[in-house]
Design a protein around this ligand. Sequence first.
Ligand code: FMN
Length: 404
Amino acid sequence: MPQRRVLVAVTGGIAAYKVPELVRALRRAGCTVRCAMTASAGQFVAPLVLQTLSGESVRTDLFEREQEGQIDHIALADWAELVIVAPATANLLAKLASGLADDLVSTLLLATRAPLLVAPAMNVNMWNHPATQANVATLRERGVCFVGPESGPLACGWEGEGRMAEPAAIAAEAERHLGAPTLAGEVVVVTAGGTREPLDPVRVFANRSSGKMGYAIAAEAARRGAEVVLVSGPSALATPAGVRRVDVETGLEMRDAVHAELSKCTVFIAAAAVADFRPAARAEHKIKKESLADGEALTIELVRNPDILAEVGAASGRERRLVVGFAAESQDLVAAARRKLERKRCDLIVANDISRAGAGFDGDTNAVTFVCPEGEVEELPLLSKREVAERLLERIETLREKRS
Ligand SMILES: Cc1cc2nc3c(=O)[nH]c(=O)nc-3n(C[C@H](O)[C@H](O)[C@H](O)COP(=O)(O)O)c2cc1C
């Protein structure tokens, strides 16, 4: 990782004694490392140790000034390409989840646009506490990555989950995050989430897509150095670092947004669940229930929405752009995906069997099968959506190499 800029934020857990090893591992890998510490962290490891090993001054105080004319903590937050929090205390996780910024480390973490890699360490009961678990779930939702904690004997005398991951494992995870920019020069447009098709000013037809798969793909493509545009249906997920997000609501808006980005796009990935149909007309006023007699049926006329994937497939010369579609199927997965691949002139279909436990909408995992035009089929095991995104982009890189 030569010259990569890593900020290590140290908080007040006993595992802080292992941070000097982490700093050394990152330096050995070629990174430039700067450290920031909470006041409590200073009880467990001396700033001078980290300063000596990193070769950089260590920041502990929000209000100490290093450089005239700049706000030091913002400069440091902007400097980092990756921020590692190790160890991350229960307190820090709570502050980060609720957006508190009352010291140098929490303020830095709120200000940075760099990806966050968090290595929690604490007593097993603190880790298992519903408050901590809820904070971890919130942070994962926002795209924060975790390494550990591991199980084993803890410094407090208890045994169980709560040990900080080993410095070598944290450094390896950092390397994965800072991997070579293998998609540099590519402009990747990803659609994500479901669309909402309005019936009247109050009601919409929606679907169960959370956007998690598309957001994971966008994050991974950005990590690999691509310029990434994420065209997203309504979603509570945080925009991944380095990604430009365009918010849309309906299928028609999504189509317009995609077409507006198409001229520069070299890889198009349609992960959104665009509604196939929309109400033929949108009532100007809320449809009153009194407009129907008891037991009388309300008939809503639906029309087809545009097929964005097919439009992009038809508009994309093979040499110009790679087109990847998703197919959510509950039967004859591969055959259905192959038909979609041909009909929509795609280079790859990612088929997911939504009848399988742990696959498809809303969850954090997915089980997909890659279906390629040359007849190749690769079935992946149940993986996290981040891992699926990694495997998909590896495949896209292979397709791109074959083309060139
Ligand atoms: C000896 C000792 C060890 C501690 N170890 C941990 C720990 O491993 N994890 C943790 O979350 N808190 C630990 N704490 C509690 C934190 O230091 C405390 O919650 C503190 O407020 C954290 O501040 P910070 O998050 O700003 O660094 C420990 C406290 C003491 C006295």
